[in-house]
Design a protein around this ligand. Structure first.
Ligand SMILES: Cc1cc2nc3c(=O)[nH]c(=O)nc-3n(C[C@H](O)[C@H](O)[C@H](O)COP(=O)(O)OP(=O)(O)OC[C@H]3O[C@@H](n4cnc5c(N)ncnc54)[C@H](O)[C@@H]3O)c2cc1C
Length: 379
């Protein structure tokens, strides 16, 4: 007879991993599936000439809910992730100089909500880099990690998901299923009778955004500015503004290098159109060059990362416990079904699902408090 897991978690990004690590305190009969070769999803380490940088998360605006979300993940890791709250207004480049960014006025971009997130004056400084969070969560996970396992269908029996199909052929059975992938994909993954045709169409027709990220390693120390930059052209176009900032300069083999990370959004539907992607990336570079004319000379490294379905409203009706109403053992952990979106939405969604599964993630002694409690040895 086929093995039945207590939990099958689909997606091993930060959301799926935080649930997997928390559930591991109770059982190791967990399958953590991911379509890609590795765990961590968007949040992984990229080795840059200046040192490691984050592929995904880079900026977290401070708010009561953001601090709650970070405490949740900190409790799972027994670490205090909040180092400090940094206050600095975002800046923009206009009429030959830098100014405080005061908003988009009458011409907000179509992805205003997504971009606006990055323009908060108060942001949280992390005590550990986000790529370390996913590494540490994975170390806490005690079940079976199944990489290269793309879930292609959920199958229902009597109001529950009975099993899932992986890579179109393999079957995995579990008592509970937690979906931590992109909510848009549910339009294809959910069984025929579990949601109405209208709901399925709504899921696929919603506006979703692809994040276009450009990471640069400059061959010089470009600026001491630490503020978030919001850069736009002088004329309106269909591409819209970008956000980004410079990391502190680093000395490498006697040379001063500086990394910067930039991001804009394009509609998910045109992600495959290399012309749109190329134009958007060119625009980011044009704006950087306008503000810092020498910054792009002899770049040491340039890295492009396209993150499909990074944002958008997942328009799907869920029960109060975050399950699909017709499938009582399928929990939806995607950030886009949470009001908060981004990192905060992802983690709050994970916390709610754990609570409805009967798990409360309590504060543990952090490594900081353990250190503080230990008397220092002196010779
Ligand atoms: C480039 C980038 C920059 C970002 N910057 C910020 C930021 O500055 N501030 C902020 O707050 N948020 C930011 N975010 C968003 C934030 O990182 C995410 O909200 C957070 O990482 C949530 O991760 P996740 O686990 O929900 O998704 P992901 O990290 O995308 O992980 C989802 C995982 O599920 C897997 N998967 C999906 N479907 C299936 C399937 N059918 N079968 C098997 N596996 C599947 C994928 O392979 C992937 O590994 C950024 C995201 C990206 C991509």
């Amino acid at each position: 007879m086929a093995h039945t897991y207590d939990y099958a978690i689909i997606g091993s990004g930060l959301t799926g991993l935080s649930i997997a690590a928390a559930l591991s305190n109770e059982t190791s009969n967990i399958a953590l599936l991911d379509g890609s070769d590795f765990s961590g999803g968007a949040n992984r380490k990229i080795n840059f000439p200046t040192g490691p940088i984050n592929n995904g998360l880079r900026f977290s605006p401070d708010s009561v809910l953001a601090e709650k979300a970070l405490r949740f993940i900190g409790n799972i890791l027994s670490e205090n992730l909040i180092k400090n709250v940094h206050e600095e207004a975002p800046i923009t480049y206009e009429a030959g100089g830098f100014k405080t960014f005061l908003g988009f006025g009458e011409n907000p971009p179509a992805f205003y909500e997504e971009l606006n997130y990055f323009t908060s004056s108060k942001s949280i400084e992390f005590a550990l880099e986000p790529y370390q969070w996913t590494q540490l969560l994975f170390e806490k996970f005690k079940g079976d990690f199944l990489p290269r396992s793309y879930v292609t269908k959920f199958h229902q029996q009597e109001g529950k998901v009975a099993h899932i199909t992986v890579n179109g052929s393999k079957t995995i059975h579990a008592h509970n299923f937690i979906f931590a992938g992109a909510v848009k994909d549910l339009g294809l993954l959910l069984p025929e009778d579990s949601i109405s045709m209208r709901a399925r169409t709504r899921l696929s027709k919603n506006t979703y955004w692809t994040g276009l990220c450009l990471d640069l390693c400059h061959n010089k120390h470009v600026t001491d500015a630490t503020a978030m930059h919001v850069l736009n052209g002088t004329t309106q176009d269909e591409i819209g503004p970008c956000v980004g900032r410079f990391l502190p300069p680093t000395e490498v083999e006697g040379a001063q290098l500086q990394a910067s990370q930039w991001m804009t959004f394009i509609e998910h539907e045109v992600t495959e159109d290399s012309e749109v992607v190329g134009t958007a990336l060119k625009k980011i570079k044009r704006q950087i060059k306008r503000a810092y004319p020498e910054a792009l000379e002899e770049l040491r490294l340039e890295r492009i990362f396209v993150a499909p379905l990074i944002a958008g409203n997942g328009d799907i009706k869920l029960s109060a416990n975050m399950t699909i109403p017709e499938l009582e053992n399928l929990w939806i952990a995607s950030a886009s079904v949470n009001e908060q979106k981004n990192l905060v939405g992802a983690l709050l969604q994970a916390e709610m699902i754990l609570a409805s599964l009967g798990f409360k993630v309590e504060a543990q002694e952090t490594s900081e408090s353990i250190e503080a409690a230990e008397p220092e040895l002196s010779l």
